[in-house]
Design a protein around this ligand. Structure first.
Ligand SMILES: C[S@@+](CC[C@H](N)C(=O)[O-])C[C@H]1O[C@@H](n2cnc3c(N)ncnc32)[C@H](O)[C@@H]1O
Length: 263
């Protein structure tokens, strides 16, 4: 037997009423989920500001950007933990990387300043002392260690999630498990977020030889090293690590160049 039309309308009205009530309750924050303060329920995602000299660490703004970044991770589990625990000084990197000022990283003197490619290509890393590679052919891959390629390490799938929000961050990403020497124990692949401002990673300022005019020769390269970095740097944090090593003699005043892929 079909119900009389007024019964149907009452049912529909009740459903609409319920929906409206729920929307109202959530809206005013009286449901269990919504009772948390807004900032606890969902960390604020800071917008990435365009880089300019005015925002560089030497002018006192960079740590704000870096700290702002720690709060960006909405993902849960390991990804968030890794971000929170990253501290550049644990790996012997500088907490704040100044420009146009000599710094000491892993016992050598460097300066980060406008690169020799021209101002529009940003900054580069220059040696402030000679670094001698005895026989560049045979010493390849065994050249002197310059500094680590450091930053928070993510599983590839977490990094992909981060990139959906911050596509430009891929500029400094280094895929650890694609290197010769990696045993690929980590089938998921690990990515180092080597952004120099977010991660204190001086290696992130090294420019590429590709397309340079006049042609630059690479004088360093990054290598994958299985196991933690040498004491006293970051043993507790890093299962494996990546280093920048010299592949031929670098003189004081030379800019570091390597060969890498970027887009
Ligand atoms: C890893 S960063 C190097 C540091 C960069 N100069 C900076 O100040 O952030 C890579 C970026 O530097 C620039 N770059 C590096 N090598 C280059 C090259 N050979 N020609 C033009 N731009 C280059 C590109 O903008 C590239 O996305």
């Amino acid at each position: 037997m079909t119900p009389p039309p007024y019964v149907l309308s009452q049912g529909v009205l009740a459903a609409i009423g319920n929906a409206l009530l729920q929307a109202f309750v959530v809206g005013i924050g009286t449901s269990h989920e919504a009772s948390k303060p807004h900032h606890e329920a969902r960390p604020r995602v800071p917008s990435i500001r365009q880089r300019s000299k005015a925002q560089r660490p030497s002018e006192g703004h960079a740590r704000t950007i870096v700290e702002g970044r720690w709060g960006m991770c909405e993902f849960t589990g390991k990804c968030a933990n890794i971000i929170q625990s990253w501290n550049p000084t644990v790996l012997g990197l500088l907490d704040s990387l100044p420009y146009d000022e000599e710094v000491v990283v892993w016992g050598r003197r460097w300066i980060v300043k406008t690169c020799t490619l021209g101002e529009k290509h940003g900054y580069g890393v220059y040696a402030c002392e000679d670094i001698i590679v005895e026989d560049s052919a045979s010493c390849r891959r065994e050249g002197p260690t310059l500094f680590p390629y450091g930053g928070p390490i993510y599983k590839r799938r977490h990094w992909n999630m981060i990139l959906t929000q911050h596509p430009k961050w891929k500029t400094f990403a280094l895929e650890m498990d694609t290197f010769a020497g990696s045993t690929r124990r980590h089938s998921d692949g690990r990515v180092i977020d080597g952004d120099p401002i977010r991660s204190g990673n001086i290696a992130g300022f090294i420019n590429n030889t590709v397309g340079t005019q006049p042609k630059r020769r690479a004088n360093c390269e990054w290598v994958f090293v299985e196991g933690p970095p040498p004491a006293p740097y970051g043993q507790a944090y890093h299962e494996d690590h990546c280093l920048v090593i010299a592949t031929r003699t670098i003189r004081s005043g030379d800019e570091l160049f390597t060969h890498y892929e970027w887009n």
